[in-house]
Design a protein around this ligand. Structure first.
Ligand code: GUN
Ligand code: ZN
Length: 442
């Protein structure tokens, strides 16, 4: 038949579980001269280059040797209306929100502004190797429409939702319990399941929602079990104290969300730093997922996420940038800072586990590992190409690298968008120019 096929050649790496170390070879596949055969946006075959090439004599070969080919990175917590908030000086969470973030998000009432920023946002994601993100939009439906319309244009697997917020924010940034319900319903009907899009019901956090709005969020979650839920939890001590004032009857911060039925295995809880034993029990029971945001937690001085403690309780977590409190779009730089946060707690992050985390691990938390996060046959062809020699410093350090683990650690410590030589979304190159094209199809 005549379907166009593309063959990517390079060193293949993907994961089947979180590896303990390089000896844990059941947990990952590494092929030194490998290939990914792509047809109709999906992975049709992977393996040793000679074998795959023999099956696909007419495929256009894109030769990325000696670079690494991995599944595209997944960012599980990011704020698309904060692309012009990143790098705002001097504040911790609540003042940072009031002084920088809320005024900026006000601009997204304007569809033109939302559309322009969505274009920049997706350019930034893919240039940093990220092919799927879970994002907060602003309170305005215009921002949700812009977010998903741009994702549809680029055929990207994106999750997001309208922020619900009806108090403790400027007039221009508040909805009402009823309008937040109606608008969320409208956006779910319009976007959930359209192309690769999925919707996340998004009460911003307990401080910006009245009990009446929480009830509306509860109704949405009950009526739409197919959707994700995302919110923020226990990021900052002042935030926790204010939440207790606003919800005096809740046993603790997580108890607010628990009381409104918001905790399911599809619930993503940004930060989850300062947790009580009871809250940890509730996470283990409900399988709601904490999301570690290393660059943000350091930037806002929020605290140290206890990855080891949560894992020991069988609680699976995800990792994310949290732009605009986060300071890099790069999941490599996110790992770099994550490694240091774990170091401060005498916890070790092995580079193989690190790369599993930002690919398959995050996909599994989202329940999407059959579609994204690995190079398995049948998956969507979202692929990142990494150049371990991208900078002078990396090239020099690579001269002393003797193993795959060392190479990955150099990538996560020194790498950023400069190390991303190409990003494929559903088989389509987003940067165009990195590969040597060997034989173009007729
Ligand atoms: N808590 C509520 N909203 C936000 C936000 O936009 N960023 C961060 N880091 N924390 C939040
Ligand atoms: Zn956030």
């Amino acid at each position: 038949h005549t379907e166009t096929q593309t063959l990517l050649r390079g060193r293949l790496l993907d994961f089947h579980a979180a590896p303990a170390d390089e000896m844990d070879t059941d947990a990952y596949t590494y092929i030194k001269d490998g290939a990914i055969l792509i047809e109709a946006g999906k992975i049709k075959a992977t393996g040793v280059y000679q074998d795959i090439a023999a099956q696909a004599p007419k495929a256009a070969v894109k030769d990325h040797r000696p670079n690494l080919l991995l599944p595209g990175f997944i960012d599980t917590h990011v704020h698309f209306p904060q692309v012009q908030v990143i790098a705002s000086w001097g504040e911790q969470l609540l003042d940072w929100l009031n002084n920088y973030t809320f005024p900026e998000e006000t601009r997204f009432e304007d569809p033109k502004h939302s559309t322009a920023m969505a274009g920049h946002f997706y350019d930034l994601l893919t240039s940093h190797g990220t092919t799927t993100a879970v994002s907060y939009c602003s309170v305005h439906t215009a921002s949700v429409d812009a977010y998903f319309a741009e994702a549809e244009k680029r055929n990207m697997c994106m999750i997001g939702g309208k922020v619900m917020m009806d108090r403790n924010a400027p007039d221009t940034l508040r909805d009402t319990p009823q309008s937040s319900y109606d608008d969320s319903k409208k956006m779910i009907a319009k976007w959930h399941g359209k192309g690769r899009a999925q919707y996340a019901i998004t009460p911003r956090f307990a401080i910006t929602s009245t009990p009446e709005q929480m009830q509306m969020a509860q109704a949405l979650v009950a009526e739409h079990p197919e959707c994700f839920v995302q919110t923020h939890l226990s990021e900052n001590h002042d935030e926790i104290a204010f939440t207790k004032e606003l919800y005096p009857d809740a046993p603790d911060y997580l108890g607010v969300y628990e009381g409104y039925g918001l905790l399911t295995p599809k619930t993503l809880l940004g930060h989850s730093i300062h947790l009580t034993p009871r809250e940890i029990d509730v996470l283990a029971e409900t399988q709601a997922k904490p999301v570690f945001c290393p660059t943000s937690n350091l930037f806002l001085g929020s605290g140290l996420f206890d990855d080891g403690g949560l894992r020991a309780r069988g609680i699976q977590n995800a990792i994310a940038t949290d732009i605009g409190a986060g300071t890099s779009y790069s999941m490599l730089q996110t790992l770099n800072e994550g490694y240091k946060i774990l170091q401060l707690q005498k916890q070790k992050l092995h580079p193989l586990r690190a790369f599993d985390w930002i690919t398959r691990g995050n996909a599994e938390v989202l329940g999407l590992s059959d579609k994204i996060g690995t190079l398995a046959v049948g998956s969507d062809a979202d692929v990142v190409v990494l150049d371990s020699h991208a900078t002078h410093a990396m090239d020099l350090r690579m001269q002393r690298a003797g193993s795959l683990s060392e190479e990955l650690f150099i990538l996560q410590t020194l790498g950023d968008d400069r190390a991303v030589s190409e990003t494929y979304v559903a088989g389509v190159a987003q940067k165009n120019g990195a590969a040597t094209i060997v034989n173009a199809p007729a």
